[in-house]
Design a protein. Structure first.
Length: 368
């Protein structure tokens, strides 16, 4: 069977799908992309058994067909042919020939019936939210997720909705990020820990529709999996089992020491101090006094740096150390000009907020 695609359309679809495909010796077909043309619809999917990205769109062919092809090779081939208007697939039982212009490739195909497509629940969405708001929510929190932590429930983003309000929470035990965004409709409450890989794939896809304010994302969740419908794409993920930490108990109601300063100035000063850091040592010391913040850094090579910046400070004189990367990641996603840091003492966590009071961040101190 011969199927012809618009090259740019196919490339745009594959960009959002191939990242999920994974080379697993125990299940080689997971390195492949699944193709199916049936009943006037083109289906393309990739999965690693935990996360699946699936696209469907109208497509006219004379007969039905399906196959699976190596995801990375296919993407690289289509990308190399992107200057061609059309690309043709000749599907045979054990191979597929891909051609455009004078270029031709033959890829080995695997049995499509062995591809492990996830079962999806056909029902209405639990929440609808604008794409730019969901991306903002993820950008403000996802960097605080743990990575390969033994406490598996930390290796993801906690999503909780009550009515139209969607809250995202992430923590790796050293820092905590909380943000909220309003959805347009909310049918059923969501309470789910979404794996790290799913969130990273969602961020990438959402970035592609960022400019479309009217692009509504439909979120559907049950006790085993969650799905996000983004235009022609559906991202489905198994949920992480377990109970998420009671993060609200970590947020202090009031703290005695308040530091207010310009975000860009603070970020610039932290970048200076980060010059002396390395993967093993990321510490920066903050000395808080009236109207002046002193930043200092050193490293095992006996190198030192310091910087002074203006601030507004109400409280006791305090010296406290933090991971400079944790501070910078917070400042990168905040948009307001002024930020507030609240502390109790040098041994407890620091609360970082803006005037809107959301998002909120807590960073634990470190010895410097």
């Amino acid at each position: 069977m011969i199927v012809t695609f618009k090259t740019t359309d196919l490339l745009d679809t594959l960009k959002n799908i191939v990242g999920v495909a994974e080379n697993k010796q125990s299940m080689p077909i997971l390195a492949n992309v699944y193709f199916k043309v049936s009943s006037g619809t083109l289906f393309i999917a990739a999965s690693d058994l935990e996360v699946e990205v699936f696209s469907s769109e109208p497509f006219t062919t004379e007969e039905d067909a399906e196959t699976t092809l190596n995801a990375r090779k296919l993407f690289d081939i289509v990308k190399s042919l992107e200057e061609k208007e059309e690309i043709t697939f000749r599907l045979e039982e054990n191979k597929t020939t891909i051609s455009a212009g004078k270029s031709k490739f033959v890829l080995t195909a695997m049995n499509p019936t062995e591809f492990p497509l996830m079962e999806r629940e056909e029902r209405g969405s639990d929440l609808q939210i604008e794409s730019q708001n969901l991306l903002k929510l993820f950008n403000e929190t996802a960097f605080s997720m743990a990575h390969q932590d033994a406490r598996h429930y930390l290796n993801g983003l906690f999503l909780n909705s009550e009515g139209k309000q969607l809250t995202a929470v992430a923590t790796d035990g050293h820092r905590l990020a909380i943000s909220e965004e309003a959805g347009t409709t909310g049918e059923n409450n969501i309470n789910a820990i979404v794996p790290r890989k799913c969130i990273l794939e969602l961020k990438r896809i959402l970035a592609g529709v960022k400019g479309n304010k009217e692009h509504l994302i439909e979120v559907t969740c049950n006790n085993k999996q969650i799905s996000f419908k983004i235009g022609k794409f559906v991202v489905t993920s198994r949920l992480i089992e377990g109970s998420y930490p009671e993060y609200k108990k970590v947020i202090p109601e009031s703290l005695p020491n308040h530091l207010t300063l310009d975000r860009k100035t603070f970020k610039g000063s932290l970048h200076k101090m980060a010059i002396l850091s390395n993967e093993q040592y990321r510490g920066v010391k903050l000395a808080l006094t009236n109207n002046e913040l002193k930043l200092a850094a050193n490293n095992p090579a006996q190198e030192e740096g310091e910087d002074l910046i203006p601030c507004e400070y109400k409280g006791e004189e305090i010296e406290v150390g933090f991971n400079v990367s944790y501070l910078l990641e917070v400042l990168e996603v905040l948009e307001e000009d002024k930020i507030t840091m609240q502390l109790n003492n040098s041994d407890t966590g620091c609360l970082i907020t803006c005037e809107k009071n959301t998002p909120q961040y807590i960073i634990m101190p470190m010895r410097v």
